[in-house]
Design a protein around this ligand. Structure first.
Ligand code: PGA
Length: 249
C-alpha cells in the first residue's frame, strides 16, 4: 500500500463471544506486539463494547458493528452514535453485507447512518461489495459504484471514512479474493473516488479488504498498492489476528 495511508486492521467479532471468550481475546491483543504504524480497531457486540474497552489497552480502538440514524428517541432496539462514543467507542461499521442482505438495509439507509455517525464524531467503516451472482454476471463494479454513489451523496468529509471492500462470496466462506482480484476492485474504487469526489480524497482514503482474511494470506494481500488494511471476521477471534495486524511487514 501507499506509505501515505496508515495501515488499518479491523476485527469484526459479529455476534460471537461471551465475557470469558472476550477476556481471552483482550489478553492476546494486550500481550501481542502490534505494529504502531497500524490502526487496530475491534468491533465487539454492542453489549460487550464497554466491557471490551475496559479490558483492552489503549493501542486498540473499539468500534460498534452498526448504529441508528438518530441521536435518541423511540427506536426500540437501536443504539445511537452518541451512545457508542459515551462508552468509549471511536468507530462504527456501516452497511456490512450481513446488515444489507439479512436485515435488508438499503444503500440510502447505510449512507444516511454513515453521515450521521460522522457528524456525531465517530470514524466510519462503510462496507461495499458484490454477491457471487453479481460477480458472475460481470456486475461487480456496477454494484459497488451504486453503493459508493449513495455514500458520496451524503459524505462531505472523507477524512474519517475507511472503505471496506468485502465481496459477499468471500465472507465466512474460506474463499478469499486473490490479491489480484482484490487489487483490481480497490484500484477501481480509488479511480471512482478520483472522478466523483477528487484526487486528494482518492489518494488519502484508506480502502481495506475483507473476506476470509487469515494469518496465512494477509501478507500477500497487503503487498498490493491499493490494499490499505483489512476487515477481519472469523480470524479476529483468534491469536492469528496479531499476524494480520502486522501483515504489512
Ligand atoms: P470473514 O468475515 O473474515 O469471517 O470472512 C469478514 C467480514 O464479514 O467482515
Amino acid at each position: 500500500m501507499s506509505n501515505e495511508r496508515k495501515f488499518f486492521v479491523g476485527g469484526n467479532w459479529k455476534m460471537n463471544g461471551d465475557k470469558k471468550a472476550i477476556d481471552g481475546i483482550c489478553d492476546f491483543l494486550n500481550k501481542g506486539s502490534l505494529n504502531s504504524n497500524t490502526d487496530v480497531v475491534v468491533a465487539p457486540p454492542y453489549c460487550y463494547l464497554q466491557y471490551s474497552r475496559e479490558k483492552l489497552s489503549s493501542k486498540v480502538q473499539v468500534a460498534a458493528q452498526n448504529c441508528y440514524t438518530k441521536k435518541e428517541g423511540a427506536f426500540t432496539g437501536e443504539i445511537s452514535p452518541a451512545m457508542i462514543k459515551d462508552i468509549g467507542g471511536t468507530w462504527v461499521i456501516t452497511g456490512h453485507s450481513e446488515r444489507r442482505h439479512i436485515m435488508g438495509e438499503t444503500d440510502e439507509f447505510v449512507a444516511e447512518k454513515t453521515r450521521f455517525a460522522q457528524d456525531c464524531g465517530l470514524g466510519v467503516i462503510p462496507c461495499v461489495g458484490e454477491k457471487l451472482e453479481e460477480r458472475e454476471a460481470n456486475q461487480t463494479m456496477d454494484v459497488i459504484n451504486r453503493q459508493m454513489k449513495a455514500l458520496a451523496d451524503k459524505i462531505s468529509d472523507w477524512s474519517t471514512v475507511v472503505i471496506a471492500y468485502e465481496p459477499v462470496w468471500a465472507i465466512g466462506t474460506g474463499k478469499t479474493a486473490t490479491p489480484e482480484q482484490a487489487q483490481e476492485v480497490h484500484a477501481q474504487i480509488r479511480e471512482w473516488l478520483k472522478k466523483t469526489v477528487n484526487a486528494d480524497v482518492a489518494k488519502a482514503t484508506r480502502i481495506i479488504y475483507g473476506g476470509s482474511v487469515k494469518g496465512s494470506n494477509a501478507a500477500e494481500l497487503a503487498k498490493k498498492p491499493d490494499i490499505d488494511g483489512f476487515l477481519v471476521g472469523g480470524a479476529s477471534l483468534k491469536p492469528e489476528f496479531i499476524e494480520i495486524v502486522n501483515a504489512q511487514g
